[in-house]
Design a binder for this molecule. Structure first.
Ligand code: DAH
Length: 339
């Protein structure tokens, strides 16, 4: 027994191998189930009792020696493979390129986030909808000239199915489905049959907001707009409201913000006026409440809607709206990843 252990020990210590196959052959010879070490352990029962302790220790040491040798040899071969391949492990790795968010996504997220801070929830809805949700329930009577404000893509006629021309149809779904009070924002992509130019596109993006509760007043609308404008364009931003018309709000207004480029003095972005038009808004028309089965004696509400492209153009000084849709990497990579 003792001789066999000594012999195996010497062999292991003096082992020289030339390749991975020889290491594997060595492992099988010594460490497999029928290998040298296993058979030594099998014969251990024949060792006289008084020698058992010492021999047992030697056997364990032998096994560890063999295991270490195999690992050592494997490692040294792995390293030499890398050396042979000429690979320089000290070189820095190729930099990872991280994509950037599309400017429209950034601006949409920013707008939505401002409203969620005020307690608004986010709603999504269909891009293809029926006439009722896109027009009639919003107080656009059939054949009414207000429908011409939005040049519509029709998918089917009578009954009419359209590509939604604004995200207001989602507000109608919300009025049908949500319990009062409602306080939601609806970001989305909308479609109008417009000629594509630097200022208009047949596909663009909107965020609208709707708040219906008891005692909602125009003052609440104005305060919400002021908060939004200051958060979006900076604390020094001022707003002004001009009377306007939308079928679904009464009274209706358009909101301008003071031009952040010239601080209201007048420049070519604000065309010398010091003000930039940002969004439409108003108090929800009682007719819309009735059409959507909401008690207009008890509840009032406000709504507002804005185009994301316009806000992004103002925020980043982009002069041509078509750039948002061209997917030119030189344009897109200027917008950092955050948000
Ligand atoms: N739906 C309008 C449009 O697309 C925008 C709008 C104006 C939405 C006023 C509103 C609002 O909710 O109150 O032109």
């Amino acid at each position: 027994m003792q001789d066999r252990i000594t012999k195996a020990k010497e062999e292991i210590e003096n082992l020289v191998v030339n390749n991975l196959e020889e290491i594997e052959a060595f492992r099988i010879k010594y460490l497999s189930k029928k290998g040298v070490i296993a058979s030594l352990f099998a014969d251990f029962k024949n060792v006289p009792n008084e020698e058992k302790k010492a021999v047992g220790q030697e056997l364990n040491t032998l096994k560890t020696l063999a295991l270490n040798k195999v690992n050592e040899l494997k490692e040294s071969f792995a390293c030499s493979d890398i050396k042979k391949s000429g690979m320089d492990l000290s070189l820095p790795s190729a930099p990872l390129t991280v994509g950037s968010r599309h400017p429209l996504s950034k601006v949409r997220n920013e707008i939505v986030e401002i409203f969620t801070r005020l307690g608004f929830t986010v709603s999504e809805g269909p891009e293809i909808d029926d006439d009722w949700h896109n027009f009639s329930a919003l107080n656009f009577p059939e054949e009414h000239p207000a429908r011409d404000m939005q040049d519509t893509f029709f998918i089917e006629n009578k009954p009419d199915i359209v590509l939604h021309t604004h995200t207001s149809n989602i507000q109608v779904h919300d009025m049908e489905e949500m319990e009062l009070p409602i306080r939601c924002v609806t970001p989305g992509r909308v479609f109008r049959n417009e000629a594509i130019s630097a200022r208009a596109h047949c596909i663009f993006h909107q965020v609208e907001a709707l708040y219906i509760d008891e005692n909602v007043s125009f003052a609440d609308l104005k305060q919400t707009l002021t908060y939004f404008a200051k958060e979006m364009f900076g604390k020094e931003t001022e707003i002004r409201l001009r009377p306007s018309y939308f079928p679904f709000t009464e009274p209706s207004a358009e909101m301008d913000v003071s031009c952040s480029l010239c601080k209201g003095k007048g420049c070519n972005v604000c065309k010398g006026t010091g003000w930039l038009e940002i969004l439409g808004c108003g108090m929800v028309d009682p007719n819309v409440m009735k059409l959507n089965k909401i008690d207009s004696e008890k509840y009032t509400g406000f709504a507002l809607g804005m185009g994301i492209e316009r806000i992004a153009m103002l925020k980043y000084g982009i002069k041509d709206l078509r750039l948002f849709f061209e997917n030119d990497i030189r344009f897109l990579e200027q917008f950092s990843v955050n948000i």
